[in-house]
Structures are given as C-alpha cells and as structure tokens.
Design a protein around this ligand. Structure first.
Ligand code: NAD
Length: 486
C-alpha cells in the first residue's frame, strides 16, 4: 500500500492527528494508497513555513534566479515524465494517450511559460508636472501578494495545479496547495521535484484532505493566507468566498460550466464531429471546458446525431495503459453515481437515448471499476435539469436549431459562462456569433486549443478573474505606484 504524506517546509510529514484517508484506483475500484490528512495544526505549520520562506531566501531572490529555478522544475518534471504519467493515470484512470499529450507536458510547460513571462514584464511610468516646475516621476512595481492558497479539483490534477503554482511562484509568492482528496499523487511528486532542483523549503507546500470542515476550509480560513486561487464547483466557490471575506482576501475562481457547442450547416462536417466528440467525451467528460449541450442546424441535425453516435459507440473503454483505450473510468464511485442519476433523470423525462445510458460490462480485474457508458440524448426540453445543470460526465444532449439568433439565445440561456465552441466556415458569422455568446473563451472550428499567454477564465457563475500570460500577474502580484518628486 502506497503512503502519501503532506509536504511542509521541504519535508514529507505524516498527519499531526494521525488520520489517514483512502485513495482509490478507479479502474479497479480498490484502495491503492493511504493519504495523510492535514489537521488544522498541519495547515498552520504549512502556512507559517510559507510565510517564513517569503521573509527568507525566496523573498530575497532576484527575478532571474527565480526564473532559472522554475525552468529547472519544468525540466525535472520532463525528466521524470513517466513517473508523473503513471501517478496521474493511476489516480484518475485517464488514458496514458491523453495524459502524455495534455496533463504532464502542460504540467511542465506551466512552469516554463511563467518563468519566461516574468523576466519580460514591463511596468508603467509617468512623468508628471508639478507647480514648482521640477515635476515628479511615477513608476509601477509589481510585488508578490504573499502566501497563496491553491485549491484544486480532480479532473486535471497536475495541469490545473501547476497552472496556479507556476505563475504564483514566478511572481515571488509562496504557496500552500490543497489537491483534491481524490487525486493527491502528482502534487506529492512535485514536492520531490522542488527539493531536487533546490527550491527553498516552505516555498511549495502540500496539505492533503477534504474540503468543507476539513483541510480545505482550515486553509482558506487561515489568516496567514493572503489570497486564494480555486478551481472547482461553483457552490464550493461560494463557500470559499465567504472564508475569503474575512480579512478581505483576493480570490481567483475557475468554476463550473454548462458549455454549448454550436454547429452550423456550413461547417466542415467531419471536423465538427471530431471536435464535438472530443469536447463531449475526452477525459470521460470530466473537463470543465467540455460540451454537454450541442446545438446543430436542422439540415444536418440527423446526420450529425448519427455520426456522433457512431463515434461514441466506437470509443474503446479501458485501462490507462492499453494503447487502444479511448475513454477511462470516472474518477470515483461518488462521481459516477452523480452522473448516473442524470442518466436516470433523462430517461424519466422521456429523452430519446441515442446511445449509452448505463454502465458497461467490464471483465476480470476491472469488473468493479467506476466505468460508465458514453451517452447521447435528444428530445429534452431546454428547461430540463439535464440541460441546465453541470453533469461532468461523458454525455451530451443534441438539439436542432433553425437560425442564428435562436441558437445564440439558447447558448446564453444558462447561469454559467465558461466557454463555447462554434463550427462554421462563414467568417463573418464566426465573429458575429463569438461576440454574442457570453463566455470567457470562444473556440471557432477547434476546441481546447490553448496558447498559455492568452487569458483564461469564465463569465457569469463560471468564475472570477482571468489567469494566463500577463493576466495572471493581476492576481498574483500587487501593483505598487512609487511617486518620486524630482
Ligand atoms: P469541488 O468544488 O468539489 O472541489 C474542488 C476542491 O475544493 C477540492 O480540493 C475540494 O476538497 C475543495 N473544497 C471543497 N469544499 C471546500 C471548502 N468548503 N473549502 C475549501 N476547499 C473546499 O470540485 P471537483 O468536484 O473537485 O471538480 C469538478 C468541478 O470543477 C466541476 O464543477 C468543474 O466544472 C470544475 N472545474 C472548473 C475548471 C475551470 O477552469 N473553470 C477546471 C476544472 C474543473
């Protein structure tokens, strides 16, 4: 049995309270690791270590030195690529083919990109006039915020964590990370990397545990935390915001979504089917940017439904290391039950179940894994909970539409506003529609293409703030103005 400890002040330490919790391999449905749960005291030690590191060598380090260290972190993650890959896939059940292209390379790239950006950030300067004629010079200086609490979900554990830790450290902050209780493995492994490349103790800390009334809440309530960056469910964001209100701490939130995919009849049909297939079923549908509502222009509706059905039925469900695996299991039995409850609800509401709707038969060792069928529905009313609520599984509803205004209104008829994916070959329509769908990210004729220098974040209840490129600096630094009388 593997043991996963907390990483505090550069050391792997057991839970102060002696409490551990179980971590499951979702492909077999069995416990494979015991994780040390961080108590309130453990969290306090981690925050104090992070504060001390800010006052110590990390706080005194030049931007160039910090940047060099982060490049070494990126290199070391790449050198230990296979270990990260195996750890991530065991924790989540996702296919190697996916994690080796997305999760692990992006985990490394998140350090490299921000190491580069931080060396090249300009700040503003203004020369002003004064009554005595001598003038004054104003200039801006970016300073780190301090200790950042980083709270992460389970769907893309390393990628989403480093997306926050990379810029936080590049800007000179220290971090206390609370990975999801479902997926602590790669955050733990990253602690080893930090020590190997010489990141000072206390700069990167990991506390394991659950959320409410547990480690996550102990962390967000800690007065030594200067700002909180969180990715997860909108309802959790509400709870975290309440903690952050005490002490007026800043938050950056990447929250849930109920994203619409819009396919016009003039789209490149095969390209659109490819893109929507990935947007619906990649990572077993456990992607915040995924598409659970697909709108297809009526002339190609039936052909499109048939094509996506064929794709869904062609997805090979299997373990991470099988080269032909197209889709792994859900991360936990709890998450699978949640998704299955929507499968039942869709059935009871009279949906036409185009494909799926249940649990596949898996033999041998995999009989008790958290597998689920990719599922497509048509025929549900637009106000159905299946169409309104985030499910976070490998499923979508497809509805026909007749004109542009109608589909824009449908796409916007949600409390969420994370992203959309639009498929058309009409370039004027591209810009017209993208301008009217109320989201943080619009993809046209593509999905999940990310240039890490661009802004990332959601509108409406899908988030607060933007991260990515120089936009991350708005959250991870304070901009101080210095006014010098000449
Ligand atoms: P979740 O909100 O249940 O948990 C996320 C993290 O918050 C976990 O580490 C959890 O332990 C912690 N947490 C829970 N309650 C807490 C509390 N009261 N105080 C402090 N911490 C607490 O989310 P999840 O189920 O892990 O992830 C799935 C959700 O994440 C989906 O809603 C998905 O859309 C969203 N997500 C959003 C993005 C994005 O970029 N917008 C990316 C990935 C996932």
């Amino acid at each position: 049995m593997i043991e996963m400890k907390n990483f505090i002040d550069g050391e792997f330490v057991g839970s102060g309270s002696g409490t551990t919790f179980e971590n499951f391999d979702p492909t077999v449905g069995r416990v494979y690791a015991q994780v040390h749960e961080a108590s309130r005291d453990d969290v306090d030690r981690a925050v104090k270590a992070a504060q001390a590191a800010m006052r110590g060598p990390w706080g005194r380090m030049s931007i160039a030195e910090r940047s060099e260290l982060l490049l070494k972190v990126a290199d070391r993650v790449n050198e230990r690529f296979d270990e990260f890959l195996q750890a991530e896939c065991r924790d989540t059940g996702k296919p190697y083919s996916l994690a080796s292209h997305i999760d692990i390379p992006r985990g490394a790239a998140n350090f490299k990109v921000f190491a580069d950006i931080i060396r090249n950030v300009p700040t503003e300067a203004f020369r002003m006039e004064t009554p005595d004629g001598a003038g004054a010079l104003n200039y801006g200086v970016r300073v780190p915020k301090g200790v950042i609490a980083v709270i992460c979900p389970w769907n893309l554990p390393l990628l989403l964590m480093t997306w926050k830790v990379g810029p936080a450290l590049a800007c000179g902050n220290t971090v206390v990370v609370k990975p999801s209780e479902e997926t602590p493995a790669t955050a733990t492994l990253l602690g080893e990397v930090m020590n190997e490349v010489g990141v000072p103790p206390g700069v990167y800390n990991v506390v394991n545990g659950r959320g409410g009334d547990s480690t996550g809440e102990f962390l967000t309530q800690h007065p030594g935390v200067d700002a909180i960056t969180f990715t997860g469910e909108t309802i959790t964001g509400t709870a975290i915001m309440q903690s952050a209100a005490v002490g007026i701490r800043d938050v950056s939130f990447e929250l849930g979504g109920k994203n619409a995919g819009v396919v016009f009849a003039d789209a490149d049909f095969d390209q659109a089917v490819d893109g929507i297939q990935r947007a619906v079923f990649a990572n077993c549908g456990q992607v915040c940017l995924g598409t659970e509502r697909v709108y297809v222009e009526r002339p190609i509706f039936e052909r499109f439904v048939d094509a996506l059905k064929t794709r869904a039925e062609g997805l090979k469900i299997g373990p991470p290391d099988a080269t032909d695996t197209g889709m792994g299991p859900m991360v936990s039995s709890q998450q699978r039950n949640k998704v299955l409850s929507y499968y039942d609800l869709a059935r009871s509401l009279g949906a036409d179940i185009v494909t799926g709707g249940g649990v596949p038969e898996m033999g041998g060792d995999y009989a008790n894994g958290f597998w689920i069928e990719p599922t497509i529905w048509t025929g549900l009313a637009e106000d159905s909970p299946v169409i309104k609520e985030e499910i976070f599984g490998p499923c979508c509803h497809i509805a026909p539409f007749d004109d542009e205004d109608e589909v824009i209104a449908q796409a916007n008829a949600t409390d969420y506003g994370l992203c959309t994916t639009i498929w058309t070959q009409d370039s004027a329509r591209t810009h017209r529609v993208a301008a009217q769908i109320d989201v943080g990210i619009s993809w046209v004729n593509c999905w999940f293409l990310r240039d890490l220098r661009t802004s990332f974040g959601g509108a409406k209840q899908s988030g607060i703030g933007r991260e990515g490129g120089v936009h991350s600096l708005e959250f991870y630094t304070e901009l101080r103005n210095v006014c010098v009388k000449l």
